[in-house]
Design a protein around this ligand. Structure first.
Ligand SMILES: [Zn+2]
Ligand SMILES: [Zn+2]
Length: 155
């Protein structure tokens, strides 16, 4: 196992860009969601066997029904993520002050802003690096290309 670990540190500028990127996308997706659900009234019923599953699916539809980053639509891969982090603290608070069900909390609170749908890949990358490799920065600084650069020495 001699595979080299690529260490990537994000700059504050990149993190700020990522935050703005997700904010605008979440808002756009929320805006189009009402129309989407009106067109597909049967979407929820197929998941209605399980209440928790239904709540989760409902939340995912409310937040745009696809990964905010890469567009993944496979429900099994998707989860709701806190746009600005702080997820575990928030979940603890829900547990203390309510049902402990995060998706129910979202529903009861009218699916507030500050959350987004992410697939597990993007969620993982954002958690680990602060920014997903899918996100292309405008006028990208050279280090962003490091995501896709082959590790070729002397080229
Ligand atoms: Zn994704
Ligand atoms: Zn991504």
């Amino acid at each position: 196992m001699s595979r080299r670990q690529v260490v990537y540190k994000t700059t504050e500028r990149e993190r700020a860009y990522a935050r703005a990127y997700y904010r605008t996308h979440v808002e756009q997706q929320r805006a189009s969601n009402v129309a989407y659900r009106a067109k597909h009234p049967d979407l929820l019923s197929e998941y209605s066997r399980n209440r928790n599953q239904r709540l989760k699916v409902e939340a995912i539809y409310a937040y745009g029904n696809q990964c905010t980053c890469c567009g993944e639509t496979e429900l099994e891969f998707l989860a709701i993520d806190h746009v600005n982090g702080g997820g575990s603290a928030h979940r603890k608070e829900i547990k203390k002050n309510g049902t402990g069900n995060f998706y129910l909390w979202l529903k009861d609170n009218g699916f507030p802003l500050g959350f987004r749908v992410l697939c597990h890949n993007c969620n993982f990358a954002i958690g680990k690096y602060g920014i997903c490799p899918h996100v292309k920065l405008p006028s990208s600084p050279p280090q962003v290309g490091a995501w896709h650069r082959r590790d070729t020495t002397g080229s």
